[in-house]
Design a protein around this ligand. Structure first.
Ligand SMILES: [Zn+2]
Length: 315
């Protein structure tokens, strides 16, 4: 059967070298149904021009497995041994319990972690301030090996690294401090990012918003008693695949929910898991969050998206 559980959009490839360069080799990861032994994730590249056609099978979301962390650079994504449906987020109970990644957020508050995860957390991390298309900013952290990729996956429009920390404990202490003292959130919801990308603010405005948040955060970093980090000021390079979607333009929110129905479109631009897509016969482009397909069972094929008349889409 041509059926797959969608694991989401990943940017695991090498960083973009400049804003006119592609980076990250974005792909949507698909797991063949009933193919739960071994590493059976298929990556479908999401370069601009990629056509996607699929039908979303109705029903609950499926478990996406769990992560085992062996060291600072070695981890394994274990597919769900039971092919189970998800009961907690994107996991079944068994995978939730087995998952190492969920312990990361307890570590800097004194939680105990397995040796491999400890090795990962004791390696160098980066603190960043990312700004999204509506001007909302967040503070966040990235491990050194995923310094660039983490921000590509987040779909940042503008971002700067503001500290290089000795380990994952220090970086999370800094992150919490910036949230507390500057008021920067640690999360921007996917639906907010989608809505923002239907009418992105001008690039200059977003750069100014980001710079203001960076200055406020750096002022806090300069005066803290926390040790084990250096203040830095380094620009994150946005990949070319995101340029069109992040620039102001004529587009609408995708007209159908992704939890059911048939869909068919061509990807024109991609930022994180958000795509600017063209639907045959439609007069405008649409912004769709492909991340909303996570955990869904889809059947690939020559399917199409039903587009209401423009008037209906607008009102
Ligand atoms: Zn599972």
């Amino acid at each position: 059967m041509n059926r797959f559980v969608v694991h989401g959009v990943f940017w695991d490839g090498p960083a973009a070298l400049g804003e006119t360069a592609d980076g990250g080799s974005p792909a949507i990861a698909l797991q063949a149904q009933r193919d739960s032994s071994g590493a059976a994730l298929h990556a479908m590249a999401l370069e601009p021009g990629t056509s996607l056609g699929f039908r979303v099978l109705p029903g609950q979301k499926y478990c996406l497995g769990h992560v085992l962390v062996y060291s600072a650079i070695k981890r394994e994504h274990v597919l769900c041994p039971d092919g189970a449906q998800a009961v907690r987020g994107y996991q079944c109970q068994r995978c939730f319990v087995a998952d190492n990644a969920r312990l990361i957020h307890d570590f800097h508050r004194g939680g105990r972690v397995p040796p491999g995860l400890r090795d990962y957390l004791m390696a160098q991390h980066w603190l960043y301030v990312a700004t999204f298309a509506n001007g909302d900013s967040k503070v966040g952290t990235a491990s050194h090996p995923r310094k660039w990729n983490r921000l590509a996956e987040q779909g940042a429009v503008v971002a700067r690294y503001i500290a290089r920390a000795d380990d994952g404990r220090v970086v999370r202490l800094l992150e919490d401090m910036v949230t507390r003292d500057v008021g920067l959130a640690q999360q921007v919801r996917a639906v907010t990012k989608t809505a923002a990308l239907t009418s992105p603010q001008p690039a200059g405005d977003l750069k100014r918003r980001n710079a203001a948040s960076v200055r406020a955060a750096q002022a806090v970093l300069m005066t803290t008693a926390i040790t084990g980090f250096d203040v830095v000021d380094e620009t994150w390079v946005r990949p070319r695949q995101a340029a069109v979607l992040c620039a102001p333009g004529n587009r609408l929110r995708y007209p159908q929910p992704l939890d059911a129905g048939t869909h068919g479109f061509t990807v024109a631009s991609l930022s994180g898991s958000q795509a600017l897509v063209r639907v045959a016969g439609a007069e405008v482009d649409f912004v769709v969050d492909l991340g909303a397909l996570k955990g869904r069972l889809v059947e690939l094929g020559n399917f199409t998206t039903e587009v209401p008349s423009l008037q209906e889409a607008l009102f």
